[in-house]
Design a protein around this ligand. Structure first.
Ligand code: 48F
Length: 342
């Protein structure tokens, strides 16, 4: 049996396509009739189909999609549960993330925006410089952030370098920063009353005002690093009155007082929930401070130290309880001791 290839390839361009797919060059032009034996024709047809399938299934486009979905899901699976969830990738949240992650704890930072740095990017009324006090100099060094001497005990940093290196420091220490995600609620438990995680949603979904249920991430500690609005504390204050958490709001500018008090008041607010950065001003009615950022760094480091200590203490307490053993229900006893500490 013989087949005329030009019958299959009715137009010249289709014929050229067939030949290029086969990757062969036949001695034929547009008017030439190629006569092939049946077996050869079938072989060619199979190889065309195989080649088409290969190109469709392993196209670069499909590889990109597979890689992104697979690796993103691996990350998502590994971060639930986390040791610490930090809400807000501003200066205080990023500083806390680095120091906590350095201790080997699993840290995830969520920010609703598609960038990190919080209020840093805007500099000081859009001038790209920020001021840091001497007390926070060692934190700048830990993050390898360059600074120049200003006046007295004040130093100056470049806004872009400041935010980039804070984020790089947190990531290199092992923290995961996920952008475009809004924390819109917390998870809580009773007996003892405590915060045990967060509810998250794509910021794009929230902006589109679609009714979509969130996902839930469990953690040993949640940190409100959301800045001036103290969004997580506000949610807890409004939705879980049993905590008696009052968020009275921040006061007007008083730099010296604010820088000192924000750091002093940084720490645990209710079991499982911590506050750092400007969010500290809300529950304690503290003044704001403008474009001086030493307090944010010191507050971030302080909250990290508090969480590391609390988690270590609760784990130790759980081990001791296990060793001493509550014969009737040791698991329950361990859990209660752990939760009372956090
Ligand atoms: O505001 P922000 O920079 O907080 P901060 O670490 O630093 C305050 C300074 O920037 C400045 C100041 C210092 O002198 O007064 O204002 O306390 O960063 C807060 C981050 O949290 C994100 C927000 O997008 C920002 O990047 N954020 C706020 N609410 C949520 C959130 C939320 N519900 N879910 C996720 N991210």
């Amino acid at each position: 049996m013989v087949v005329g290839l030009n019958r299959l390839s009715r137009s010249a361009s289709l014929k050229r396509l067939s030949l290029s797919l086969l990757n062969i060059s036949l001695p034929c032009n547009q008017s030439y009739i190629c006569v092939l034996h049946y077996n050869s024709f079938i072989k060619i047809l199979i190889s065309v189909v195989e080649r088409l399938c290969l190109e469709l299934s392993e196209s670069l486009e499909s590889k990109i999609t597979k890689l992104v979905i697979k690796q993103a899901l691996e990350d998502w699976l590994s971060l639930n549960p986390s040791d610490v969830v930090i809400v807000g990738a501003g200066p205080s949240g990023l500083t806390a993330a680095k120091y906590i992650a350095e201790k080997g704890l699993k840290v995830v930072v969520f920010d609703r925006r598609l960038s990190f740095g919080g209020g840093i990017g805007g500099g000081s009324m859009l001038f790209h410089k920020l001021v840091i006090e001497e007390e926070a100099q060692d934190i700048l060094r830990d993050f390898d952030i360059r600074y120049s001497k200003g006046e007295d005990t004040l130093y100056v940093v470049d806004a872009a370098e400041f935010m980039a290196k804070l984020a790089a420091g947190a990531i290199e220490a092992g923290a995961k920063i996920l952008l475009g995600i809004t924390v819109d609620d917390v998870i809580y438990r009773e007996n003892p009353l405590r915060i045990t995680g967060v509810a998250i949603q794509w910021s794009a979904v929230i902006m589109s005002q679609l009714h979509v249920d969130p996902l839930l991430i469990s953690s040993k500690a949640v940190v409100d690093a959301t800045g001036h609005d103290a969004e997580i504390l506000s949610i807890v204050s409004r939705k879980i009155p049993e905590f008696n958490l009052i968020v009275s709001g921040e006061k007007s500018v008083f730099v010296e007082l604010s820088e000192k008090e924000v750091v002093q008041r940084t720490g645990r607010v209710v079991p499982g929930l911590y506050v750092t950065g400007m969010a500290v001003a809300q529950p304690y009615n503290l003044p704001r401070m403008g474009p001086i950022f030493g307090g944010m760094l010191l507050s971030g480091r302080k909250v990290a130290e508090a969480i590391i200590e609390d988690i270590a203490f609760s784990e130790k307490a759980a081990t001791v309880a296990k060793e001493n053993g509550n014969k009737s229900d040791p698991a329950k006893q361990n859990l209660n001791i752990t939760l009372e500490v956090l």
